[in-house]
Design a protein around this ligand. Sequence first.
Ligand code: SAM
Length: 285
Amino acid sequence: MNQPVVNPLIDQIRDLGPWHHNIRLTEAIEIMDAYDEQERQRVNNNNISLINSQSAFENKTKCIYPNGLQGKRFLDCACNGGGYCFWAAEMGADAVFGFDVRDHWIRQAEFVKSHRTVAPVDNIQFETCDLMTLPERQLEPADFTLFKGIFYHLADPIRGLKIAADLTREVLWLNTARCFTDNTESLYCTFEKPENLMSGVHALSWTPSGPSVVGKMLYWLGFRDIRHVFSKQYEDRPRFGRMEVIAAREPGMLDRLAEVENAEKVDVAAFKNSKQATDEMKSLF
Ligand SMILES: C[S@@+](CC[C@H](N)C(=O)[O-])C[C@H]1O[C@@H](n2cnc3c(N)ncnc32)[C@H](O)[C@@H]1O
């Protein structure tokens, strides 16, 4: 059995919980050290799992930006405890901005920022903010935007995605819940509870039925290379699952990612000019 870690930060970490992102603070301590095995799973952690995503994030990011993130601005929409912001800064990003609608998560991100000694943190900024009000801040656009776990928590996801896309110069990385329906391209509508720390705050939510749904939105928003990185279906709830779609404004930037991750093109341009698209439109008149 693992010995409990004795460190003065442990109590502070526990006070700020529950946590979703496991982040290393110092050579000696990372967030998960404050929790036992059961707590790291959803049990006793307010039904929120503690995830380790640094290496997956770094591996995919290196496929897109092989020389690291030097010279790039990184934007994380719904940054939660800030994990991806810290890892982007560690990969050399010039400027990092993460925001989340909940103070709970931004308090965690600020705590990590003030104790993290294993990588630079000075160029990272966090704010509590609702995505829908982000345009009011008149931010400088980012090169690389993460839109993970947020699409399906919005009452108006197309406007939300547009807000992020309009602030993105090069690449937008979208990861979302998806549903599996009978071959139709749709958004599944449901309600969610704002009191859940991981949910949206507007109580209405829309889940896309597959990569071509968000692919068409991203094409409409000006992205010309759109890749379906993965989809998975939950065994215990087969109507639902997860998918990842990464989009670049210019073709070429995602070639390596496509090769390494076997990420198929979401070929919206071909569809847009097809007879099927024309016929579908006519039948709506
Ligand atoms: C499923 S979690 C995903 C967190 C993180 N992006 C990740 O992938 O690990 C959803 C996050 O979205 C935040 N959120 C929900 N609605 C939001 C909104 N309108 N604006 C900003 N953040 C929001 C929640 O507070 C929560 O941290």
